[in-house]
Design a protein around this ligand. Sequence first.
Ligand code: PGA
Length: 230
Amino acid sequence: MRKNIVAGNWKMNTTVPEGVQLAKDVCAAVAAEIGDANVGLAAQNCADHTSGAYTGEVSAPMVASTGANYVILGHSERRGYYNESYEMLKTKVDLALENGLKVIFCCGESLEERENGSFKEVIGAEIRDSLFHLTAEQMANIVIAYEPIWAIGTGKTATSDQAQEIHAFIRGLLADQYGAQVADDMTILYGGSCKPSNAPELFAKPDIDGGLIGGASLKAGDFMGIVTAF
Ligand code: PGA
């Protein structure tokens, strides 16, 4: 079943005490609004190996052992700064699922790809090459996040119509590959300068099921302003 999700991506921010405080503030506010059973924990990445001599890496079993429910994979910052390829992400997706984690899988085009008109091709390839080897059953544990790179941390949000167009396009790809049920059940989030002021308009679109929030997730008040947009 499609779910409404607002996910916070804190990125490389907060010390342990700051992170604990922010988590407490968010949990208290969420519990007051929708109940704390609705809160999940996610890692921002996992390794493409299960264990072994990979200094500095954190595996999917390690992430799962913390009690995390989700892992974000394929964020454009990981693809761009750490050269994560489609093939590597495919392996990470498999390892995450094998270890009982749900995956928030990110896709999205650069400004250049938006402007030269290749954006649907790019997004289609990102999804096809790292996810379409999965079975329909496995797709139930995937959440897709559309994050145009030009809108991440820039204050430049995609318009609600631009986002809706891509979300509908992604749902169409899923319908072609897996049929209408899988497509209809998929939760598709929008990310990129989402904030309390623009969340209501974005979330009102039929194919936008929530958000992946960077900057605005670092303040409990702003994050809750987005959660309550539903
Ligand atoms: P932003 O980041 O909300 O700061 O634009 C979104 C993301 O990178 O997930």
